[in-house]
Ligand binder design. Structure first.
Ligand SMILES: Cc1cc2nc3c(=O)[nH]c(=O)nc-3n(C[C@H](O)[C@H](O)[C@H](O)COP(=O)(O)OP(=O)(O)OC[C@H]3O[C@@H](n4cnc5c(N)ncnc54)[C@H](O)[C@@H]3O)c2cc1C
Length: 389
């Protein structure tokens, strides 16, 4: 019997923060206590800013605590695709920045990251050729990439990548933030952002600026982003510890649609097959279900040849953009939005967090422009602002 909608990462050793009540006045209100929101808070605290953080459910209750646990360099696109789409300079700058950010993630949450590399396995002849193109592009720019050819497939190994426990990392960040003076609240869903007044079910935060750090469902709270950020459901399962196979590092297959790793206790965490669910996976619902769970189970049994019992099945929301690059912008005056990492937000989300803190507090746009290009502007877009969320 498996645990439904609980990630394998949750060891149950966490006390939920209290809900917010009454009225609080502060410098910055951060909405969303996932990896991105908590990194924003870390950056704000370094700058001496007073911070209130709110989450609808709890620390890392969204994708940040329910993901595959891959820390991969680069953004959504494979490197050669990123060069083609964004230009060589920007693709390289993003890649290098993510390599640095992975080290920062490891330092900020000691013991949660394992630098074991990662591996892309091709699903067919076309993808083998695509791996070759990726290797040529990466090596031309001095990035670590090795050809891989073994019994379990052909593809590429990236020595700089890592595996981590995403939920444990967020919990460490949250505890540090509280110790450094942040006021964090769980079970406090934001119902409206009216200027710089943030309304929750039972309270109000009046602040100088709001930073919304929600990946999936971003467009629900900020409807001006409808059409630019689209929420999808991603699903995973995990097995009991097993010695049937030995998986040395995070693996991904079929252009990253399927992904799996073996945790230190031997259990296998496997995700993917979003496309097998068709249009019904473009949803804000996070119920783990069919047909994706059956596809995952079939892959586990036939492709990975693992018979170990399935102990966990879960899902979470992730925000997608057409460009594969995140949304980082001041959507309304003093209201900043971060999200849309297209299923790869562990590292880019943290980078986006640091970049937005610098832009919003210091008028320093270098970090955002590194990700989104020199044309990026902190100016509020001219859009019709809905009267309320
Ligand atoms: C199954 C799955 C596997 C993935 N695997 C990987 C991977 O291996 N590597 C990788 O890089 N990326 C992966 N991703 C993507 C990655 O997890 C996300 O991009 C990243 O975690 C986003 O973090 P975040 O902090 O920006 O947002 P989220 O984790 O989405 O956090 C947002 C928080 O905001 C809260 N919230 C939402 N609405 C409100 C509201 N109205 N009021 C208050 N709070 C609110 C939520 O409760 C949540 O805690 C995966 C995603 C999924 C779903």
């Amino acid at each position: 019997m498996s645990v439904v909608n609980q990630p394998v990462w949750d060891d149950g050793s966490w006390t939920v923060f209290p809900a917010m009540h009454g009225t609080i006045t502060t410098g910055t209100c951060v909405i969303g206590l996932g990896g991105t929101g908590l990194t924003v808070i870390e950056e704000l605290l370094v700058r001496g800013e007073a911070v209130v953080g709110l989450d609808a459910a709890d620390v890392a209750a969204g994708a940040a605590g329910r993901n595959g646990g891959f820390l991969l360099a680069g953004a959504y696109d494979f490197y050669h695709d990123a060069v083609r789409k964004h230009g060589r300079d920007r693709a390289l700058a993003i890649h290098q920045a993510t390599l640095v950010e992975m080290q920062r993630i490891a330092e900020a949450a000691p013991g949660t990251v394992r630098f074991v590399g990662s591996r892309r396995i091709a699903a067919d002849e076309w993808e083998i050729a695509d791996c070759q193109a990726q290797m040529v592009a990466m090596r031309a720019d001095g990035l670590a990439c090795e050809w891989y050819d073994a019994a379990d497939g052909v593809g590429l190994t990236f020595a700089s990548d890592a595996s981590f426990n995403p939920l444990a990392r967020c919990r460490v960040l949250a505890q540090k933030a509280v110790r450094a003076g942040a006021q964090l609240f769980s079970r406090s869903p934001v119902t409206a952002v009216q200027g710089t007044r943030v309304e929750t079910a039972q309270g109000t935060v009046q602040c100088d600026r709001v930073i919304v750090a929600i990946d999936g469902r971003l467009e629900v709270l900020l409807p001006e982003l409808v059409g630019r950020v689209r929420t999808a459901r991603l699903q995973m399962l995990a097995t009991a510890p097993t010695t049937e196979i030995s998986v040395p590092c995070p693996m991904y297959f079929r252009e990253g649609y399927e992904y799996w790793q073996q945790l230190p206790d031997g259990s296998i965490a496997l995700g993917g097959f979003r496309d097998h669910g068709g249009p019904s996976e473009w949803t804000t619902d996070i119920t783990a279900g069919e047909p994706v769970q059956t596809a995952l189970e079939n892959f586990l049994r036939t492709h990975l040849r693992v018979k170990a019992p399935i102990t966990h099945r879960w899902a979470a929301s992730a925000g997608y953009t057409d460009t594969g690059l995140p949304v980082i912008e001041q959507v309304r005056k003093d209201v900043w939005a971060l999200g849309g990492y297209s299923g790869t937000g562990n590292v880019i989300g943290a980078l986006a967090a640091r970049a937005v803190a610098a832009a919003a507090l210091d008028d320093d746009c270098i970090g955002v422009r590194r990700l989104l290009g020199d044309g990026w502007s902190p100016a509020v877009p001219t859009v019709v602002v809905p009267a309320s969320v």
